[in-house]
Design a protein around this ligand. Structure first.
Ligand SMILES: CC(C)(COP(=O)(O)OP(=O)(O)OC[C@H]1O[C@@H](n2cnc3c(N)ncnc32)[C@H](O)[C@@H]1OP(=O)(O)O)[C@@H](O)C(=O)NCCC(=O)NCCS
Length: 175
């Protein structure tokens, strides 16, 4: 599967203006400890363990989520460099694993969460990355509309046929 690599420099970002009734939550395992129970709890336990074990280049992993009442409407994660993303510098961060509840897609929630992720990342050196499969046209349009620039085309490797061991590699850097 062809993967597009997008990037933008960090810069101050304004706080997102959420529609009434929505809550924005940021969870940073290095500061907040164990994840709350609820959707994505299992995945977040893995990220918490990675954070505790020093898997990441820096203790800057974060989850940004948007809720209405007790219902998860959107979630993304911000990941420092680790072995899956060797093209990143130690100061870089990556926005990924975006998901918006199908009933509320197209209402700007992903864009708001990306803005919050950029705001969280501001103030430190480094750049922000975003990886997307080439055929995910919605995600491509989303990230381009957020001012990210395509800087490479590549793929995810599959050592011994095992996806989980794979790394993302840029095969064709773009000017
Ligand atoms: C990709 C995804 C997270 C977008 O979430 P969303 O909350 O609907 O996105 P937003 O409403 O914030 O859209 C922001 C921009 O994305 C683009 N976009 C969103 N939905 C689109 C659609 N159906 N068709 C084309 N472009 C679209 C537009 O540029 C839009 O800006 P605009 O409304 O000003 O034109 C959501 O579709 C999703 O969860 N998809 C399944 C999981 C996935 O593919 N994740 C991305 C992995 S890289």
């Amino acid at each position: 599967m062809t993967v597009y690599f997008y990037r933008r420099d960090r810069a101050p970002a304004t706080a997102p203006c959420l529609p009434p009734g929505l809550d924005l939550r940021v969870w940073r395992p290095a500061e907040d400890g164990l994840p709350r129970r609820g959707p994505k709890h299992g995945q977040n336990l893995v990220w918490w363990a990675f954070s505790r074990l020093g898997v990441f280049a820096r203790p800057r992993f974060a989850e940004v989520s948007i809720w209405r009442g007790g219902r998860l409407l959107h979630r993304l994660i911000v990941t420092p460099r680790w072995r899956r993303f060797p093209f990143m510098d130690a100061d870089d961060l990556q926005i990924g694993d975006l998901w918006t509840h199908p009933e509320v897609r197209g209402q700007g929630l992903a864009r708001l969460a990306i803005l919050e992720a950029r705001r969280q990342a501001a103030g430190a050196a480094g750049r922000i990355w975003y990886l997307v499969e080439a055929n995910n046209t919605v995600s491509v349009r989303l990230i381009e509309s957020c001012g990210f620039r395509r800087v490479g085309v590549g793929r995810r490797t599959r050592p011994f046929g095992v996806r989980a061991l794979g790394r993302f590699e840029i095969e064709t850097p773009l000017p």
